[in-house]
Design a protein. Sequence first.
Length: 74
Amino acid sequence: MEGNAIVEKTYAFSVRVVRVYQYLSAEKKEHVLSKQVLRCGTSIGANVDEAEGFPRQPRLSSRPAKDTIRILPA
């Protein structure tokens, strides 16, 4: 898995999502939204890991990514 750009980027994204979750939970006391962000944001990496060897599977990761973006507007 080393050197795989998709795996590295999804890992970095998941780390950022966890930090957003921690901020929303601690500072804003927003627990429902923060849990949904955490679920969507970290499932991207899980789907990519699961898709290893299945060329069609990375498309499954796009749905949680879109859900996360929809939850967290710019």
